[in-house]
Design a protein around this ligand. Structure first.
Ligand SMILES: Cc1ncc(COP(=O)(O)O)c(C=O)c1O
Length: 371
């Protein structure tokens, strides 16, 4: 049989996706990585209108100018990032943006720093670009936050980039402003890129997230619509970079997808410029569920940290695999921590993107779990 490329054979398909394929559909699924809310009505209407009005052709490779203008305004107002429409590329999800960054920036011999535990795609994208993954520990003792000192000790002459993700998947950790600024200063001083994945920016409880691009020019900011507006299937996100990098990012984007879906782009314009009440309501509901799941787990004796963002909790659970098997049999699905990195050992990721009632039921089941 003909071989595939070694760099592709060497990486695995997502273990989490594989696990879901085996899941009993009647179980309560706390493994989910997408909001259980519908796309807000004003956005659905904008999409229908877009179809009727014929927004179904190729768009500018970087995306509709009206969308890029709305993104530039958003970044200026909410993130203190000054950029221009030429430096924005609208992509088919943050997943594409991450892949574009890796292909445009990394090559053999480069070291790319990624959080441990961290989102699965980071290491895979680095490896697909034949660069080396260097893990930065974000341990439970630090509430899973990435710290300047921990990044600093991993920097060497081959460091090409650092990927950060605040709020984090899988831990819900929100980085401190001083670390964001300190890490941005390191990127400027040591001349490496930061790829800042801010997809959970708005799903945050009583805090604000800070963008490293406020403090350094070496930053590529990635954000999107999947989580904030429950638009996962619409595959729409964007990245903002400096001029020099944008041209190379555009080459990868252009030869890969040409442009993001025109209908989804019209939806994204409405998302950014329309009313934001549905986002507030969704985040409020997530915060209620977070309180419920965290306090229930703590009552059962499982240690958690006070995770301030995203919709995940990452409790410490000894013999996590036994727990997972018993909970699956009892009708509750969670995700093991190990696919997210070695520091995920003895942890589980539980998502609260499920109804309050289902979380209550799941917690009742787990209280009596025998494993
Ligand atoms: C941290 C993180 N980044 C990126 C993505 C991908 O988002 P998108 O749907 O925009 O491709 C996800 C999705 O789960 C995620 O958790």
């Amino acid at each position: 049989m003909l071989n595939s490329a070694k760099r592709v054979e060497a990486i695995e398909l997502s273990q989490i996706r594989k696990m879901f394929e085996l899941t009993n559909p009647d179980a309560i699924n706390l493994g989910i990585g997408e909001p259980d809310f519908n796309v807000p009505e004003n956005i659905r209407t904008a999409m229908k209108r877009a179809i009727d009005e014929g927004y179904t052709k190729y768009t500018h490779n970087k995306g509709f100018i009206e969308l890029r203008e709305a993104i530039v305004d958003k970044l200026a107002k909410e993130n203190n990032i000054k950029t221009a429409t030429e430096n924005i590329i609208v992509t088919s999800g943050a997943s594409e943006a991450l892949y574009d960054c890796a292909q445009a920036l990394f090559e053999k011999g480069d070291n790319v720093l990624v959080p441990n535990p961290g989102f699965l795609s980071y290491a895979a994208c680095v490896r697909l670009a034949e660069a080396n993954v260097v893990e930065v520990s974000t341990p439970m003792e630090n509430e899973f936050k990435m710290k300047v000192e921990d990044v600093q000790e991993k920097i060497d002459k081959n460091t090409k980039a650092l990927i950060i993700n605040s709020p984090s998947n899988p831990t819900g950790a929100v980085m401190d402003k001083k670390d964001i600024k300190g890490i941005a200063d390191l990127a400027t001083d040591h001349d490496f890129y930061i790829i800042s994945d801010e997809i959970y920016e708005k799903i945050i409880y009583g805090r604000k997230n800070y963008s490293p691009a406020e403090y350094s020019d070496n930053v590529i900011t990635i954000n999107g619509f999947s989580k904030t507006y429950a638009m996962t299937g619409l595959r729409i996100a964007y990245m903002a970079a400096n001029e020099e990098v944008t041209e190379n990012l555009l080459k990868v984007h252009q030869y890969c997808t040409a442009n993001a879906s025109s209908i989804s782009q019209m939806a994204a314009i409405e998302a950014l410029t329309g009313p934001q009440e549905s986002v507030k309501a969704m985040v409020y509901e997530f915060s209620r569920r977070r309180d419920l799941i965290v306090s229930s787990l703590n009552d059962m004796g499982y240690e958690t940290v006070d995770c301030k963002g995203a919709f995940y909790v990452f409790p410490k659970v000894e013999r996590a695999n036994d727990f997972l098997e018993a909970s699956r049999e009892a009708g509750v699905i969670a995700v093991p921590g190990t696919p997210f990195g070695s520091l995920g050992e003895n942890h589980l990721r539980m998502s609260y993107a499920n109804s309050y009632e289902n979380i209550e039921k799941a917690m009742d089941i787990l209280k009596n779990l025998d494993y």
